[in-house]
Design a protein around this ligand. Structure first.
Ligand code: ITT
Length: 203
């Protein structure tokens, strides 16, 4: 068993996401020697179906779709913000909470409105990465607990970052540099498990 860096010499991993923020973040997490290949790099400009009603299901659907289309291993991830006072919403609907064409600000504002008189602010981000290869798959989950604040703060990051403070921090994700966000990040936790798996399995 070598180090993660050794295991990854010149490895190319295709990431099935149309979200450039996710791509940017994952590239910052990848061990040296790993090239994260985005959809633009392989010439895919279509829509990846995402019709399941769980984060695990959507993550698998995205990875399986692209892996079968290109007949190559690839990974995808699905992420949701789970808010206790909203019975787990927006959850699997995080990307389109305020409607199909909703902006990040629309979604964030909808959350804040629904949370206006809520005392319980606890929430968590959950990312599930699926690595799909040879007609089979493995999944890696990363969860970060935290709380929803009353008014957006910060302009880094994306999505719900301005309203989420991870436990152990006094800043929102949107007030953090990428390196700081990576110290708490749900996405980083799931990606680290994935990288560890790859370093121990020749796939
Ligand atoms: P792909 O499916 O193409 O990967 P997407 O943006 O549709 O991209 P999701 O279905 O996983 O991704 O939607 C998750 C939504 O949750 C995303 O659009 C953001 O609004 C939000 N989100 C995901 N990760 C986040 C993060 O790290 N910080 C803040 N919000 C995030």
């Amino acid at each position: 068993m070598g180090t993660i860096e050794n295991a990854f010499q010149h490895q190319r991993l295709i990431f099935a996401t149309s979200n450039l923020h996710k791509l940017h973040e994952v590239r910052s997490m990848a061990p040296a020697g790993v090239q994260i290949v985005g959809l633009a790099d392989i010439g895919f400009a279509g829509e990846i179906p995402e019709t399941q009603n769980t984060i695990e299901g959507n993550s698998l659907q995205k990875a399986a779709f692209l892996s079968k289309l290109y007949n190559t291993p690839c990974f995808a991830e699905d992420t949701g913000l789970i808010i206790d006072a909203l019975n787990g919403e927006p959850g699997v609907y995080s990307a389109r909470y305020a409607g199909e064409k909703a902006s990040y600000a629309d979604n964030t504002n909808k959350v804040l409105k629904k949370m206006e008189s809520e005392i319980n602010r606890t929430a968590r981000f959950k990312t599930v990465i699926t690595y799909y290869h040879n007609e089979t798959y493995v999944q890696f989950t990363g969860i970060t607990e935290g709380e929803i604040i009353n008014t957006p703060q910060g302009n880094q990051g994306f999505g719900y970052d301005p309203i989420f403070i991870p436990s152990g921090s006094s800043k929102t994700y949107a007030e953090m540099t990428l390196e700081e966000k990576n110290r708490f990040s749900h996405r980083k936790k799931s990606f680290d498990s994935f990288a560890n798996y790859l370093s121990n399995n020749s796939v």
